[in-house]
Write a protein that binds this ligand. Structure first.
Ligand SMILES: [Zn+2]
Length: 219
């Protein structure tokens, strides 16, 4: 295997011509056919870790999307789930980790503001009393209440238990003596992103070597 070492000039947007055959290597019909064949399988929703060409973890996507990237020759499977997909005239090992064949420059990673992502950022822990609950037992609290002009932003939304949410009501934090935030809510950073990948990937041993950098040489 020829693993191209990433150098700085590789980031400039210029890319080396791919070695011939990269795209034709996987003989699969069409993306459409793949989608039709696999759409309803539950394994399709399994999270897949996406690595940059440099092996740096950059994202998580659903197995269906990962499979499409592999079948299109954009990525290759680094680790398999163990499940094999049988679709029209096709047997494909379901990926657990894929790697992009060409290095992609990743801009500031922004994640969609969603209930799920807020809970992940806050580690399913009420940001006022620190109790850890399941996602279903938590709600989102606007730190500055909406009725007082608070916006739905990363900085103004936190995971919150129903008790704290009731107690806080429409009050501002500075009006309350017995409630305060455990930590300042922040938007996603690369660090948070890694943290989330670790949380999601903790169930999948195959991800660990990509998410924890035990063997990382001193920079
Ligand atoms: Zn609470």
């Amino acid at each position: 295997m020829q693993s191209g070492k990433m150098r700085k000039q590789g980031l400039s947007g210029k890319r080396h011509a791919g070695h011939g055959g990269g795209h034709g290597a996987v003989r699969v019909t069409t993306e459409r056919e793949v989608r039709v064949g696999v759409f309803r399988q539950p394994a399709m929703q399994t999270p897949v870790l996406v690595l940059n060409a440099s092996y740096e973890p950059i994202n998580i996507c659903g197995a269906r999307r990962a499979l499409v990237l592999v079948l299109k020759g954009v990525a290759r499977t680094e680790e398999e789930q163990g499940a094999v997909l049988h679709a029209a005239r096709m047997r494909v090992a379901m990926p657990s980790v894929i790697r992009l064949l060409e290095y992609r420059r990743i801009p500031h990673q922004t994640r969609a503001l969603s209930r799920k992502n807020i809970l992940l950022r806050d580690r399913n822990s009420c940001q006022y009393c620190s109790v850890i609950l399941t996602a279903g037992e938590l709600t989102l609290d606007h730190v500055i209440p909406r009725s007082r002009g608070g916006l739905s932003t990363w900085e103004n939304l936190v995971a919150c238990c129903h008790n704290c949410n009731r107690r806080k009501g429409n009050q501002m934090l500075h009006e309350l003596t017995d409630m305060k935030l455990q930590r300042e809510p922040r938007p996603f950073s690369l660090h948070t992103s890694r943290h989330i990948m670790r949380m999601i990937g903790s169930a999948d041993a195959a991800w660990r070597k990509y998410l924890y950098f035990e063997a990382e040489p001193a920079a």
